[in-house]
Design a protein around this ligand. Structure first.
Ligand code: BMA
Length: 305
């Protein structure tokens, strides 16, 4: 079975705003939640200072967006001095949780050693005002984390990335994450595969009758970023049920091939609304695109592709 996402348009749906100081250079790597009949987007934005902030936009149809004129998350802490990046928002009950990457000073010190990054969590009731909770892991190169939309066996669950693998972590309170509650889930494949170098999770996993539908990104030895899917066991999401061979989206349009970083499609948003899954993604770390698919088709592909 072959399967690919369908681009909504051959053009990006959101561009940098030349009239803004904080989002005039790049807008990319969006997260989207569908809540109370609206699409809510959080996205990474950079001005000429190249520091990442998180912007917010809202849409009734998932295509036309109304952008808040100010960022909803800006660097505040020393460990965020070079930016707050790559939001992934999950709703659990009445709370929204944002997983984001804090990018700190060169060198970093003990806390943020290994890439100067921290995989952070924040919470909000209104999607605009965010309160920092803390990191999942300290002192290592770790990002691409995202919370599952519900507890499994009584505990919160998050993906995170220990290069080149996707890991899972469990926590009873979202504040304490113990090494003994972490496990490796999946990693790169063989030499000639598109995902042969490093993998990371995309948006919030989707619960299906067959297991967790997981969208992920990977790059190869040429650092071309593509997207794929796989299926994990519902009760034990460290267990891969099926992983199709082929990617479902890869850089093709000019704005995916050329940009701030070439050959990148990178997504933090795979949101199901009715029969459609909307995949929002950054093109070449510069603009935001949209691709969609039928929910039943992607589930079928994840099971049998
Ligand atoms: C990854 C992340 C993404 C980015 C990608 C390609 O490491 O930092 O934010 O889109 O690299 O540059």
């Amino acid at each position: 079975m072959t399967f690919q996402l369908t681009r909504y348009s051959s053009e990006p749906i959101i561009l940098p705003d030349p009239s803004s100081d904080w989002e005039c250079y790049n807008v990319f790597n969006p997260s989207v939640v569908y809540h109370n009949g609206l699409f809510h987007m959080h996205y990474r934005a950079q001005g000429l200072d190249w520091i990442s902030r998180i912007g917010y936009a809202v849409s009734a149809d998932g295509v036309n967006w109304n952008r808040l004129r100010r960022p909803v998350l800006t660097p505040q802490e020393p460990y965020e001095s070079r930016g707050v990046e790559d939001p992934r928002v999950t709703r659990i009950d009445d709370m929204f949780y944002m997983a984001y990457t804090a990018f700190g000073p060169y060198g970093g010190g003990q806390e943020i050693a290994g890439g100067s990054i921290l995989p952070m969590l924040a919470q909000s009731r209104n999607l605009i005002t965010w309160e920092r909770l803390g990191p999942i892991v300290r002192g290592e190169d770790n990002k691409d984390h995202v919370l599952f939309p519900r507890k499994i066996n009584g505990r919160y669950v998050a993906f995170h990335r220990r290069r080149p693998f996707v890991w899972i972590a469990y926590s009873s309170d979202l504040l304490t994450w113990h090494e003994s509650d972490m496990a490796r889930v999946f990693g790169p494949r063989q030499d000639n595969d598109w995902d042969n170098t490093s993998v990371g999770a995309n948006g919030v996993p989707i619960e299906t009758e067959y297991g967790w539908l997981v969208f992920y990104h990977a790059y190869d030895t040429q650092r071309v970023y593509r997207l794929g899917v796989l299926l994990l066991d519902k009760d034990d999401p460290t267990r891969v049920i099926h992983r199709p061979r082929a990617p479902i989206l890869w850089p093709q349009e000019m704005w995916e091939v050329r940009g701030d970083v070439p050959n990148v499609v990178f997504s933090n948003a795979n949101v199901r609304v009715g029969d459609t899954v909307y995949v929002y993604y950054g093109g070449a770390d510069h603009v935001i695109g949209l691709a969609t698919c039928a929910y039943t088709d992607v589930v079928e592909y994840a099971r049998t592709g």
